[in-house]
Design a protein around this ligand. Structure first.
Ligand SMILES: [Zn+2]
Length: 219
């Protein structure tokens, strides 16, 4: 099912007020082009009906893909690491084997969809990304501002990440052996598999990876 709310938007350029229908909860069946429109950045785009001024209209979105067993809850700017949502849990009675993720920006939302839609493990991907990021930081002698999964090439046996390095967020693509991901996957299965049996939405990001490595090393 898809859930929509109406909102009045004032154009920052011509000040015209208009009503827009925002999709707050959706899947590929209820909104067939949702995956593509989120991934190509058109989903949150708003265009003024009077002067055609365009801007991003960011709002919460619960993206669910029950076929691939995942849900991603995007809440702009949220600082929460965990979110329990009774309404959603009552609506979907069997959520126990569904990966439920919480993200705070559109890049994270896109990354989660790219990883989980391809049935990769996002915890393992974060651990692999964390390990690769440390190497990139050493090579570039700069801190990494952001990093995202880019692609996995099963034939070439590689996985690639897009990093943004330093204060100026210089783009930097790093490819590594698939083995790095596979080793991370073993680690997840052994130590962190129970994290996915909880109700509620959790943040699986670089901060989680850092903490996970710390816990694992102290075991
Ligand atoms: Zn306008």
């Amino acid at each position: 099912m898809s859930e929509k709310i109406m909102k009045t938007v004032t154009c920052p350029k011509c000040l015209e007020k208009s009503d827009v229908k925002l999709i707050c909860s959706a899947n590929q069946k209820s909104v067939p082009n949702i995956k593509r429109s989120v991934l190509n950045d058109s989903f949150f785009k708003w265009k003024c009906p009077k002067c055609s001024f365009e801007k991003q209209l960011l709002h919460p979105l619960l993206y669910n893909d029950l076929e691939n067993r995942f849900m991603v809850y995007y809440i702009p700017q949220t600082k929460k690491r965990f979110l329990a949502d009774e309404k959603i849990e009552n609506e979907y009675p069997d959520l126990s084997d569904i990966k439920k993720r919480l993200v705070s920006n559109v890049s994270e939302l896109k990354e989660k969809i790219a990883i989980l839609d391809s049935r990769h493990d996002d915890m393992a991907m974060e651990l692999a990304k964390h390990a690769v990021a440390r190497i990139v930081e050493k090579t570039a002698s700069q801190k990494i501002a952001e990093g995202y999964f880019l692609e996995m090439d099963q034939e070439e046996n590689t996985v690639s990440f897009q990093f943004f390095v330093g204060a100026e967020k210089r783009p930097y693509i790093q490819t590594t052996r698939l083995e790095v991901y596979n080793r991370s996957l073993e680690l997840v299965k052994k130590h962190f598999a129970d994290m996915d049996t909880h109700d509620g939405f959790i943040r699986i990001d670089s901060e989680w990876a850092k903490e996970a490595f710390r816990i694992y090393k102290n075991k």
